[in-house]
Design a protein around this ligand. Structure first.
Ligand SMILES: [Zn+2]
Length: 153
């Protein structure tokens, strides 16, 4: 009897599995409802990270930050970039040549085909764009509003 119940359970879950995941967005380690994000984040942070917004150039906190330290996801604190990879390219957004931890940053093709969209792989926060310059160097252009800065290290 127990064995039969187990088999029924097993069959039911394995049949339901693919149906349940179909058409749903990717699941993240850190997940919150929209109203929870709104409570935690400032309106600008919410607009950028949760609605894929872009802050105005030269308006953010970190585009010309020269301090040494680590940039973390404003939503979940995942380590994303380090100051030693930050370059001043005059774009008006913090720009990096590489990520601190590749496991924490996700790349997705954009509809325009120009560059890739970047998001945090722990919580799905939209971060900015990945492009290549003329000499094929990678350029991670990130919204300040998606980042927290931790001095030192
Ligand atoms: Zn995150």
């Amino acid at each position: 009897m127990e064995r039969r119940q187990f088999l029924q359970f097993f069959l039911a879950t394995s049949l339901l599995g693919p149906v349940l995941t179909q058409g749903q967005d990717r699941r993240y380690l850190v997940e919150k409802t929209d109203s929870e994000w709104k409570r935690i984040l400032t309106p600008e942070q919410y607009f950028v990270t949760r609605q894929k917004g872009t802050e105005r150039a030269f308006s953010g906190k970190f585009w010309n930050n020269r301090e040494k330290g680590t940039y973390r996801c404003v939503c979940c604190s995942a380590e994303l970039f380090r100051s030693d990879a930050q370059v001043d390219n005059g774009s008006g957004w913090p720009t990096f040549t590489k990520v601190a931890n590749p496991r924490n940053v996700e790349e997705r093709e954009t509809q325009t085909g120009r560059g890739k969209e970047l998001s945090c792989s722990r919580c799905g926060a939209y971060l900015g764009q990945l492009t290549q310059d003329g000499s094929a160097r990678l350029k991670y252009t990130i919204n300040s509003a998606a980042l927290n800065f931790e001095r030192g290290k």
